[in-house]
Write a protein of this length. Structure first.
Length: 257
């Protein structure tokens, strides 16, 4: 069962049980004097005490249901592997940022990040290694962005960072920091040193911009950069610093020799 289906089921169950009504009854009963002070016969006192106990139990159930619903809501917008936002959560954050931009003339920057050679990592070291790489990158991105920013894993090896409330100079500085960090990152997994390489694409947003337009332009920027790096590597001379040949590619080259 998916998180969204579980959330829907929890809400329907809460509605069917009418627990909220029981909680209201509990509050009213708790405002009354203690049952022992009531001038009623012992049998009535026992029934009233039982009713109070049932109302208290219903109130506890409400609290547990609310906690479960909040947990399921978080699951529905969170990527389980990295702990970052998933695509659904990111889209919601992006929509809020664009709404603030329209209201308050706010500007910011969208950064798309696509890992290079990620299939080679999975093929060479296995999917557990690939998961370890994704998890490590998620942690790095979280620690190197601000609390007001939104960071998400929006696809298999694709990440998105939304720098909110950022002027162009600040956004450029933060983006360059991420670019350098990702392209010098080496992850130690089971004794293997796995280098990370990534391509970034960027586009700014502000009043009047739509999410589709900004995503499209950032994606186009990303693939333009990938193509530029490919041409640089294909040309004679020293390879670019930013694109280290992955060990898996070295192994493939030797096998074909």
């Amino acid at each position: 069962m998916s998180a969204s289906q579980a959330l829907k089921q929890a809400i329907e169950q809460a509605e069917q049980n009418q627990i909220t009504d029981c909680c209201a009854i509990s509050e009213r009963l708790q405002k009354l004097p203690e049952p022992r002070s009531w001038k009623v016969d012992p049998a009535s006192k026992e029934l009233l005490e039982e009713l109070l106990a049932l109302a208290a139990e219903a109130e506890q159930t409400v609290a547990e249901q609310s906690k479960r619903i909040r947990y399921l809501e978080s699951l529905s917008v969170t990527d389980e592997l990295t702990g970052l936002l998933n695509r659904r959560g990111f889209d919601a954050e992006f929509a809020r940022a664009l709404a603030r931009a329209d209201r308050s003339d706010e500007s910011g920057l969208l950064v798309l990040c696509d890992l290079d050679h990620f299939k080679a990592i999975n093929d060479t070291y296995g999917h557990l290694a690939g998961d370890a790489v994704l998890s490590a990158i998620g942690g790095k991105l979280s620690r190197n962005t601000r609390q007001c920013d939104a960071v998400a894993r929006i696809g298999g090896d694709e990440f998105a960072i939304l720098f909110t409330q950022s002027d162009p100079d600040t956004a450029a500085r933060l983006t360059n920091k991420l670019d350098k960090m990702l392209n010098t990152l080496v992850i130690n997994w089971n004794g293997h040193q796995i280098p990370v390489s990534a391509s970034l694409g960027v586009d700014s947003y502000g009043p009047g911009k739509t999410a589709d337009t900004v995503m499209f332009l950032a994606d186009r920027s990303l693939y333009a950069r990938k193509n530029k790096i490919r041409k640089m590597l294909a040309a004679p001379g020293k390879p670019s610093r930013r694109r280290r040949k992955h060990p898996a590619e070295e192994s493939s080259h030797l096998a074909q020799s």
